[in-house]
Design a protein around this ligand. Structure first.
Ligand SMILES: NC(=O)c1ccc[n+]([C@@H]2O[C@H](COP(=O)([O-])OP(=O)(O)OC[C@H]3O[C@@H](n4cnc5c(N)ncnc54)[C@H](O)[C@@H]3O)[C@@H](O)[C@H]2O)c1
Ligand SMILES: CC(C)=CCC/C(C)=C/C=C/C(C)=C/C=C/C(C)=C/C=C/C=C(C)/C=C/C=C(C)/C=C/C=C(\C)CCC=C(C)C
Length: 588
């Protein structure tokens, strides 16, 4: 597998960076258009000047005033959901303002640098980054603003290390994966083929559609007309969960637990609670387009989108903490920042979680019915304890895979806090992320905020050290003898860290069904019960995941564009469809 590193990568990676520990100051700042045509927008291929412009104070011009007048859309937050919505709208000709509380774009898909190491804040497993089909949503989002990132093909998705010494490597080639799984469960060959076969049926249906807003009737009916079988297939599986379908074909309890683990790593819940459409999307895209890592790190995606947005004549301001959505006669017309500054727009799109949007940003006396329904069906998924390590390269055996999932002895620990361990070693694919002779280990495990609140500073620091060391010891025992002694850099983040730096309510990873859900039926789309206010990101259909929030950004931009007359619309059909969808959600 070739390592596609350009000489520019090394240089860009050493561009000055703001420390992750810098806190967001309560004043706004503004990134102006860089003036030159984009030559490519990834961290790996932008010029040093462009990359630095996004992440250093050089880009932060003045206090920012609304000298340009009303915008078409204000996007609160620059996570991938917010950035995709913003760039899609800008590409359609809208004038957009993104307001980000932190100092760089990306939210949970951001990055930080320490002593020559470039760490991904969140997941390093990237779906949707291939050059084929319709579901390569990250590639497409970048292309919409004239950007393309160099990627490195990962030969596998994840190496599972499970109870009973069950070891399964998910190969990039589907046939190799099935062969490996059947070799562990030969008596379940037919069940395996049937379950994953249904996943392919759903994936192929999804991949045949042009993906836009399911809340826009002209598009939706058009797709039903062009691809009736595929749309009916999706409608049929929309209210179903992966675990129920697996149980129709598979009896072996250990294999069903393996499918739970397959779902858990992307949904933080077992297969019985994971919507079948979401499971199919990830269980097939990893073989269809494959998992591809962006050269220079995941943080480059948001940086590229921010550059692309500015090139399209829109704006992004950092250190801009939105505290209020301004309502006029019940319609969202703008936002207010913590420094009192106000901005106005035809529409407001919130990339904050729904709990934050309706709990903090929108000041209404009573929660709208839609949101009550959302909170009835979904709770906040746990947060993570994350450990970023710089280690000596010699500790990793030759041929070590990039991503691992470890659950040692007991299947019942799968969903328990600290029960299982996620590990990514992105330097296996892109060595430029670490100084020569070193690797990055990004280790994370689920953890609730309640374990970490109310501790005096010293106890909090000690607890982080203690819990992190236990996790490292578990990995040392299971995978890498000598790990502890090989560490040259260690940064530990708790759920409180996620809450503080990613502005996520209780540090949550996203919504998780309260009970067994009816597939995706209850998940709200982008419109809200407040006129002019839209939500985007992982508390919208289809849920958690970088590619999932990218889809929510595409859907949101389409619906907003129709509402501000940049796309075709039919007000009568709109009212009808939105009413029907609202009714569907009450059935869940
Ligand atoms: N550590 C992890 O692996 C981890 C943790 C959480 C979420 N995730 C994943 O990340 C993705 C989430 O993407 P997303 O697009 O929904 O959101 P996001 O959380 O990545 O980004 C939201 C952005 O909005 C900003 N923001 C929030 N409130 C704001 C306010 N009041 N004013 C200004 N800015 C504000 C935040 O600073 C952040 O940059 C999902 O894939 C989720 O599953 C990963
Ligand atoms: C409207 C109605 C009602 C009906 C109609 C019918 C139809 C047409 C339908 C349609 C539908 C659609 C289009 C849908 C779509 C969907 C989608 C796109 C989805 C997607 C999804 C995705 C996902 C979920 C993803 C996820 C991912 C994730 C989360 C990831 C993660 C990762 C991690 C964490 C990592 C791991 C690590 C290790 C292991 C180390």
């Amino acid at each position: 597998m070739p390592l596609l590193l350009s000489p520019l990568v090394a240089r860009t990676l050493h561009a000055p960076l703001l420390p992750a520990s810098a806190s967001a100051a309560p004043h706004t700042s503004r990134l102006r258009a860089l003036g030159s045509k984009p030559r490519g927008c990834s961290l790996a291929v932008v010029s040093e000047k462009q990359a630095a412009a996004v992440v250093t104070e050089k880009s932060l011009v003045g206090e920012g005033s609304d000298e340009g007048g009303r915008y078409d859309a204000i996007v609160v937050g620059s996570g991938i959901g917010g950035m995709v919505a913003a760039t899609q709208l800008a590409a359609k000709g809208a004038r957009v303002l993104v307001l980000e509380k932190y100092i760089i774009p990306g939210g949970s898909s951001g990055y930080y640098r320490r002593d020559g190491f470039t760490f991904d804040v969140g997941s390093s497993v990237m779906f949707g980054f291939s050059d084929k089909g319709n579901l390569n949503l990250i590639t497409r989002a970048l292309a919409a603003v004239g950007c393309k990132m160099e990627v490195i093909a990962d030969p596998s998705t994840v190496h599972f290390h499970l109870p009973g010494d069950l070891s399964v490597l998910v190969h990039r080639e589907y046939d190799d994966f099935v062969k490996e799984l059947v070799s562990k469960f030969p008596h379940e060959k037919q069940g395996i083929l049937k379950f994953y076969g249904i996943c392919w049926k759903i994936f192929n249906s999804l991949n045949s559609l042009e993906l836009k807003s399911l809340e826009e009737p002209l598009y939706l009916f058009g797709q039903f007309f062009k691809k009736p079988l595929e749309c009916l297939t999706l409608a049929y599986y929309l209210p179903q969960n992966a675990g129920d379908i697996a149980r129709k074909f598979i009896k072996d309890q250990q294999l069903l637990s393996f499918i739970d683990a397959e779902c858990f790593i992307v949904s933080t819940v077992n297969a019985l609670k994971t919507p079948m459409i979401n499971a199919s999307m990830v269980l097939c895209d990893r073989h269809y387009g494959g998992i591809n890592y962006p050269v220079g790190g995941v943080g480059g995606i948001a940086v590229a989108l921010a550059n692309g947005l500015v090139e399209k004549g829109s704006e992004i301001r950092y250190k801009a903490n939105v505290t209020n959505v301004i309502l006029e006669k019940g319609k969202a017309v703008g936002v207010k920042l913590s420094n009192g500054k106000e901005f106005f727009a035809k529409t407001v799109i919130s990339n904050a979680t729904r709990w934050d949007t309706f709990g903090k940003l929108v000041k209404v006396e009573e929660l709208p019915e839609e949101e009550k329904n959302f909170q009835k069906n979904y709770v906040k998924a746990p947060s993570f304890l994350s450990i970023h390590l710089g280690v000596k390269a010699s500790v990793l055996p030759a041929g070590t895979d990039c991503h691992h999932f470890v659950l040692e002895d007991d299947w019942s620990n799968l969903e328990k806090p600290y029960g299982s361990i996620f590990l990514s070693i992105p330097t296996v694919l892109d060595p430029s992320l670490a100084p020569e002779g070193h690797h990055i280990l990004h280790i994370f495990t689920t953890a609730g905020i309640e374990d970490w609140e109310g501790l005096p500073r010293k106890d909090y620091e000690q607890k982080k050290e203690l819990v992190a060391n236990e996790i490292i010891q578990r990995l040392e025992k299971k995978l890498f003898p000598g790990l502890q002694d090989s560490i040259v850099l260690k940064e530990v983040g708790s759920p409180k860290t996620h809450r503080r730096f990613l502005a996520r309510n209780d540090g949550t990873y996203g919504p998780m069904p309260r009970d067994k859900p009816k597939g995706l039926l209850a998940m709200p789309f982008n419109t809200t019960s407040i006129d002019g206010l839209y939500c985007v990101g992982d508390s919208c259909f289809p849920g958690q995941g970088v590619i999932a929030v990218a889809f929510s950004g595409v859907m949101c931009a389409h619906r907003v564009a129709a509402d501000i007359d940049l796309e075709q619309r039919s007000p009568i059909l709109d009212t009808g469809l939105l009413g029907v969808l609202r009714w569907f959600r009450t059935l869940a």
